[in-house]
Ligand binder design. Structure first.
Ligand SMILES: [Zn+2]
Length: 416
């Protein structure tokens, strides 16, 4: 039987699971990610196991406080007045911390065990600062978030941290991402795990975005999707045949560094004409500054030079109808479309989700993306494709972190 989950993508159990534990793990995922609830009969049917086998495993899970029964309001007439008993993850089992460490902001989410966010916070952040200082800030803000909820790290079973670069799992850090100077070789996972005394997993921000949108957003039920994170950097998370694909050294999906213009602007990676140098948040802000300097009529000229124009300002001005800002966003959308068309021709996904800060402007960015992808990708690939904004908005990566931290906790709980 093929596992319906993406649990194996960043974490390998320390020893092979026996069949019963593997079935437990699969059942837990079927319960977690079902949209309309799942009964013991559904599980027996979908897993091709006997009711007795399912009952034994489910009883174990209920005894371990991982799963609980719930009565549904659905279908009471056809079942003769008896409400079908569905199974759900016990949200009170334990708490989860998800962290999205982005280039210019830091988001922390405190969630229950069914991935519902209890409270969250987003703050300005500069990943180009000294890594030790950045990790101290993450630690400080995490403790503050827990304290506000009356909790400590003893209440947290696992945490996941998203970073904007290729992740090397052997040491739990990043490998030379151009946008994170100074972070090469820093064991982020082990530093935080030691400070918090809990298991921590780290992952790429676009991969976690894909996971979040697949689990609870625009990509539910999809087997082949790409999540494109458009922020200061641009990255893609690839879910292929139901599994997150990270490549041989974690660099899969670094779409921001594909060449769009042979002799285009210099990119943070040292190359020229990369997608990121044309359509990333910094490039968008740069184009806006040039327009103001050239004396164009735009709302952006009201922003004081000391505050500095950001991509978010450009998106906001575009939403308010500012033509100069709209033109900058449209041109970024066309560049994105060129790169996404190539990705569509290579991977043939059924869904591309565009997320990240810049994507919050919606169709102003998405329409030129759709048009360019339509023009430049093969017809059978384009016909099978939907391009949508992230349902989870700015939180795709943060929710994906929560999902992956729960994956880690469940892997460890079912290994015992
Ligand atoms: Zn580049």
């Amino acid at each position: 039987m093929q596992s319906p989950s993406v649990v194996d993508f960043l974490y390998t159990p320390s020893h092979p699971l026996n069949t019963k534990n593997l079935n437990k793990r699969v059942i837990l995922d079927m319960i977690r990610f079902s949209t309309n609830g799942v009964s013991r009969a559904d599980l027996a049917r979908q897993m091709d196991l006997t009711r007795a086998a399912i009952t034994t495993i489910v009883n174990d899970l209920i005894e371990a406080d991982l799963v609980r029964e719930t009565e549904t309001d659905l279908d009471t007439a056809s079942s003769g007045g008896r409400r079908p008993i569905h199974l759900e993850i016990n949200p009170q089992h334990s708490k989860i911390l998800g962290v999205d460490m982005a280039v210019t902001h830091l988001s922390l989410l405190l969630a229950d065990f069914s991935a519902h966010v209890i409270s969250d916070v987003e703050l300005p952040f500069d990943i180009k600062n000294n890594p030790q200082e950045c990790l101290q800030e993450v630690d400080r803000q995490a403790r503050r978030l827990l304290e506000r909820a009356g909790l400590t790290f003893q209440d947290i079973i696992a945490a996941a941290v998203a970073v904007p670069g290729p992740v090397v799992n052997s040491f739990g850090g990043v490998s030379a991402p151009p946008i994170m100077p100074g972070w090469d070789g820093i064991p982020i996972r082990d530093i935080l795990s030691a400070q918090w005394n809990i298991p921590v997993v780290i992952g790429n921000d676009a991969d976690f975005g894909a996971l979040g949108e697949w689990a609870y957003g625009a990509g539910r039920g999809e087997q082949n999707l790409a999540y494109i994170k458009v922020g200061s950097g641009i990255g893609a998370g690839l879910l292929l045949d139901g599994h997150i694909y990270v490549g041989s050294t974690g660099c899969a999906g670094e779409i921001g560094h594909t060449t769009i213009q042979e002799n285009g602007p210099v990119c943070s990676c040292g190359s020229q004409g990369c997608l990121e140098a044309l359509a990333g948040g910094n490039a968008i802000a740069q184009r806006a500054k040039e327009a103001v300097r050239a004396g164009k009529r735009t709302l952006l000229s009201n922003i004081s030079p000391s505050a500095g124009i950001t991509a978010r300002d450009v998106a906001e001005a575009a939403r308010l109808g500012d033509l100069v800002a709209q033109q900058i966003i449209t041109s970024a959308g066309s560049y994105l479309g060129i790169a996404i068309a190539s990705l569509v021709n290579v991977f043939n996904p059924s869904l591309v989700v565009v997320g990240g800060g810049v994507a919050q402007v919606g169709d102003l960015l998405l329409n030129p993306v759709r048009q360019t992808v339509h023009e430049r990708s093969l017809r059978p690939a384009a016909q099978a494709l939907r391009i949508s904004t992230a349902v989870l908005g700015r939180r795709s990566t943060g929710i994906g972190s929560v999902v992956q931290a729960i994956n880690l906790a469940l892997d460890q709980l079912t290994e015992r």
